[in-house]
Design a protein around this ligand. Structure first.
Ligand SMILES: [Zn+2]
Length: 161
């Protein structure tokens, strides 16, 4: 399945949430949970600046889904996100039985940007969602929004560059 035109507004909202995270001193990531009938159910942004490095938006949305949705509703839902789920979030997504993932930028793209900017490697290996959750359908990257996300990450890691 490819990324549909009617999903672009959700992905643009993810970019806005990532920008909000950056303004708040957080890493620029944002995610939107959309039901099978296209209704926005929940959204969140990165909140690791609190000191808790597990406060990723995809993890929060997985927990929200487990608390508020039936297994059938979760399976029909899509998580839109500015950056492909990390292994922690991919595992949470699969454990709660959420459906498709659509991301703007892949973990591979983010990893190459960070290497280019000389950012130290993270403590968790940046594997693709498919390596963690083989039954989850994943679509991305979305070229028309990738530059916007790259610019946000660049501002976070190289504020003077
Ligand atoms: Zn994550």
């Amino acid at each position: 399945m490819a990324v549909r035109d009617d999903e672009l507004p959700h992905l643009r909202r993810c970019v806005e949430l990532a920008a909000e995270a950056l303004e708040a001193g957080d890493e620029p990531f944002g995610s939107v949970l959309v039901s099978g009938d296209g209704t926005v159910l929940a959204e969140d942004r990165n909140r690791v600046a609190s000191g808790d490095r597990t406060r990723h938006p995809e993890f929060e949305l997985a927990r929200w889904a487990a608390a508020h949705m039936t297994p059938q509703e979760r399976a029909a839902a899509t998580v839109h996100t500015s950056g492909e789920h990390c292994p922690m979030c991919a595992a949470a997504h699969a454990w709660v039985g959420l459906g498709r993932v659509v991301y703007v930028a892949s973990s591979e793209q983010l990893t190459s940007w960070l290497a280019e900017w000389g950012v130290p490697e993270p403590p968790v290996r940046p594997l693709p969602v498919s390596a963690i959750a083989p039954n989850v359908t994943v679509d991305g990257p979305v070229p028309e929004l990738t530059d916007d996300i790259a610019a946000l990450h660049r501002r976070f890691h190289r504020p003077s560059g």
